[in-house]
Write a protein that binds this ligand. Structure first.
Ligand SMILES: [Fe+2]
Ligand SMILES: [Fe+2]
Length: 135
């Protein structure tokens, strides 16, 4: 199943956030398909990873702005979580995979950095929208 086929399960109901997530899922599918071609063309895989990082970092910035505007609960914790994921994503880019083992590790890590985060943070955040609580 592709990421885009799973997209419906990850909707937050905030259109501008969902649009960003859609773009992330699209790029993640591309990363997966380039992973399959890794032996033949590793550069293609690395290039799509860089593009994914850029989309992700832009998205975190955008989402933080939206959370502040809409007074989300736990915005500061959510931002700290983004910072942690920025570090993890940067580490992925530093890995310079030379074997399929690393490619698999990277794909697992992306699942945590992108998909699990949406499930654990972005979707619950939307449920708490409008509740002003420090932290
Ligand atoms: Fe988030
Ligand atoms: Fe998000």
């Amino acid at each position: 199943m592709t990421m885009l086929e799973r997209f419906e399960h990850y909707k937050t109901s905030v259109k501008e956030i969902d649009d960003d997530h859609y773009e992330l899922f699209e790029k993640l599918d591309e990363v997966h398909s380039h992973a399959k071609e890794f032996k033949r063309n590793p550069e293609l895989f690395r290039e799509s990873l860089k593009q994914l990082r850029n989309i992700l970092f832009d998205h975190f910035e955008h989402e933080e702005k939206v959370m502040l505007e809409k007074n989300y609960k736990h915005t500061n914790y959510h931002k700290m979580e983004h910072n942690e994921l920025r570090t993890r994503m940067s580490r992925i880019l530093d890995m310079n995979p030379s074997s399929l083992y690393y490619v698999t590790t990277i794909l697992d890590e992306l699942e945590v950095v992108i998909v699990k985060h949406i499930d654990d943070w972005d979707i619950p955040s939307e449920k708490n929208r409008g509740v002003t609580v420090a932290g």
